[in-house]
Ligand binder design. Structure first.
Ligand code: URP
Ligand code: ZN
Ligand code: ZN
Length: 487
C-alpha cells in the first residue's frame, strides 16, 4: 500500500453519531482510511489520550465587514481565520454583506478579493440581503445560489438593513423556489428605537441601557412574526443568535407544529448575562451585542434548548470591535449605548467554552458537541459533501483535543485583533491542540503552520438531514401548492 501523507493514530474518533478507537490515514487532503491500526504515514501524529473530532465549522461570524453604520471589523480574513483555527475550526462561513444600492455579484467578488489572499482555513459566504430589488430577487440571488452561496441573512432591525414583512416574504419566496436557507436576525426595530429614544431623552446613556432598549419582547415579537411568515409559505427559516426564553419557546412551539424553523445560539447567551453589561463607566460596552445577553432564566432556557434539539447550531457571532474609538467608543467618553458598535468576539473560544462547560461538566455528550459545532453546520448549510464528519472520502478536517488541558482565558493568548475578551479569567478544561484542514496541519505545538491564503473557498450545495432535527408533525405550509402560481 502506498504510504499515507499523514496518519493520526491511537486516538478516539468521535462523530455526531458515535465514537470508535481508530487510526486515520490521509491522502491528497482527504480521509482515505479509517482502521483499528495503520502504519505511520510520512507525517504521523500520536493522538493517545486525545479526542479526534471533525474540525469546527463556525457558520456565523463577521469578518472584514463594514457595519450598517460604516464601522469596519477589527479582524480581517488573516486574523479571524488564524483565531478560528486556534479554537479548533477548519471552516468559517462569514457574510458577504450587501448595503442598500449595492449589486450582490459585486459584493461577493469584493469579499473574495479580501479573503483569497489571507484565509488560512476554508471559508464560504452567506449573503446579507438588505436591498431585495427585482434584479436581486429574480436574477442575482438565483444565480448566486447556483454558484454555491446557498444561504442568506436578512434583518427585521437596524434602519439601514431591515426588511419590511412584504420584502421578507419576497425573499422567503425566492429562497423557497431556489432551495436556499434564510437566516433571520429577529428583533422589533420600532420597539428598540422607541425605548432607546426615551432613555436617551432622560439622560440614560450607559452601556447597560443597551440591554434595556433591546427588551426581550422585541426579540419575542419579531421571532413570532418571522415564524408566521415562514409558515405561511412553508419556507424554512433559521433564527440566528437566539437569546431570550420567550423566543426559545416560540421556536420550540413552531417546531412541534411541524414548521421548518431552525435555530442558532451563541456563547454570549450561555456564559454572559445583562449583569455583565452593568459595569463602571463604559466597560459594559465590551459585553454589548444584539440581542444582548439576558437573565439566568433565559440562560437556562438556551442551555435546555441546546440539549433538547430546539437549536441545531452553536456559532460564535464573532463581531470583532475594539474597545476604543475604532469600534466600541466612537465618541470617546461621550459615547452612549446607541453609538457603540454592536457585537462581541468569540471565534476562538466558541468551542473551548462549550466543551468545558458542556462536555467536561457532563451536561452534554461529546457527540452532541460535535453535532452543534460542526456536523449540523455542514448539513444545514450544504457542506456535508465535504465537511462535518470524519468519514472516508471527506476532507481531512480534524481537530485533536486534549480533554484535560487547563486554560485560564486571557486576551493575550487569543489571536484576534479585538484586544479584549468578554470571558477574561474564565477557567476552561479541554482545548484543541492540533488542527488539520484538508490534510494540512494548520495548528501544532501552539504555532500556526501554514501560509496566509492557503484556505480555500468552498461552494455550498443544498441542506441535508440534520442530526439535531427538530420534532416535526408536518402540519405547516398550506400555501405550498400555490407557490408555483405565485412565482
Ligand atoms: O451584535 C451583533 N450580533 N452584531 C453583529 C451583527 C449581527 O446582527 O449579527
Ligand atoms: Zn444579527
Ligand atoms: Zn451576527
Amino acid at each position: 500500500m502506498t504510504e499515507f501523507d499523514l496518519t493520526i493514530r491511537n486516538g478516539t474518533v468521535v462523530n455526531a453519531d458515535g465514537r470508535m478507537r481508530a487510526d486515520i490515514g490521509v491522502r491528497d487532503g482527504l480521509i482515505h482510511t479509517l482502521a483499528p491500526s495503520l502504519p505511520a504515514g510520512r507525517q504521523d501524529i500520536d493522538a493517545s489520550g486525545h479526542w479526534v473530532l471533525p474540525g469546527g465549522i463556525d457558520s456565523h461570524c463577521h469578518v472584514e465587514q463594514i457595519s450598517s453604520n460604516g464601522v469596519m471589523t477589527a479582524d480581517d480574513f488573516d486574523s479571524a481565520t488564524v483565531a478560528a483555527a486556534f479554537g479548533g475550526n477548519t471552516t468559517i462561513i462569514p457574510f458577504a454583506a450587501q448595503h442598500r444600492g449595492m449589486a450582490l455579484p459585486k459584493v461577493v467578488s469584493d469579499y473574495h478579493a479580501c479573503a483569497g489572499p489571507k484565509a488560512v482555513i476554508d471559508y464560504s459566504f452567506h449573503l446579507i440581503v438588505s436591498d431585495p430589488t427585482p434584479q436581486a430577487l429574480q436574477h442575482d440571488l438565483p444565480d448566486l445560489i447556483r454558484k454555491g452561496y446557498t444561504s442568506f441573512k436578512v434583518y427585521t432591525t437596524y434602519d439601514k438593513l431591515k426588511l419590511d414583512d412584504g420584502q421578507m416574504l419576497d425573499v422567503l419566496h425566492t429562497a423557497g423556489r431556489e432551495g436556499a436557507l434564510v437566516m433571520v436576525h429577529a428583533e422589533n426595530n420600532d420597539i428598540i428605537k422607541w425605548i432607546a429614544q426615551r432613555l436617551l431623552d432622560n439622560g440614560h446613556v450607559a452601556p447597560k441601557f443597551h440591554a434595556v432598549s433591546h427588551d426581550p419582547l422585541a426579540e419575542s415579537e419579531a421571532t413570532h412574526r418571522v415564524i408566521a411568515l415562514s409558515r405561511l409559505l412553508d419556507v424554512p427559516v433559521l433564527i440566528v443568535h437566539v437569546s431570550g426564553i420567550e423566543a426559545v419557546r416560540h421556536i420550540r412551539h413552531a417546531q412541534t407544529l411541524g414548521a421548518r424553523i431552525f435555530a442558532e445560539t451563541c456563547p454570549q447567551y450561555l456564559f454572559l448575562t445583562a449583569d455583565d453589561i452593568d459595569r463602571p463607566g463604559l466597560e459594559g460596552a465590551m459585553f454589548c451585542c444584539s440581542p444582548p445577553p439576558r437573565d439566568a432564566a433565559s440562560q437556562e432556557a438556551v442551555w435546555a434548548g441546546l440539549l433538547d434539539g430546539t437549536f441545531q447550531v452553536f456559532s460564535s457571532d464573532h463581531a470583532p470591535y475594539r474597545y476604543d474609538e475604532s469600534g466600541k467608543l466612537p465618541k470617546g467618553e461621550k459615547t452612549t449605548f446607541k453609538d457603540m458598535a454592536n457585537g462581541v468576539p468569540g471565534i476562538e473560544l466558541r468551542m473551548p467554552l462549550l466543551y468545558s462547560e458542556g462536555v467536561h461538566t457532563g451536561r452534554m455528550t461529546l457527540e452532541k458537541f460535535v453535532a452543534l459545532t460542526s456536523t449540523d453546520h455542514a448539513q444545514m448549510y450544504g457542506l456535508a459533501h465535504r465537511k462535518g464528519r470524519i468519514a472516508v472520502g471527506l476532507d481531512a478536517d480534524i481537530a485533536i483535543w486534549d480533554p484535560l488541558r487547563q486554560t485560564q482565558v486571557s486576551t493575550h493568548m487569543l489571536h484576534d485583533r479585538v484586544g479584549y475578551t468578554p470571558y477574561e479569567g474564565k477557567s476552561l478544561t479541554g482545548w484543541p491542540t492540533t488542527v488539520i484542514n484538508r490534510g494540512r496541519v494548520v495548528i501544532a505545538h501552539n504555532e500556526l503552520q501554514v501560509a496566509r491564503g492557503s484556505g480555500e473557498f468552498i461552494a455550498r450545495g443544498k441542506p441535508g438531514p440534520l442530526v439535531n432535527a427538530p420534532a416535526s408533525t408536518g402540519s405547516a405550509g398550506f400555501l405550498k401548492s400555490l407557490l408555483p402560481k405565485l412565482s
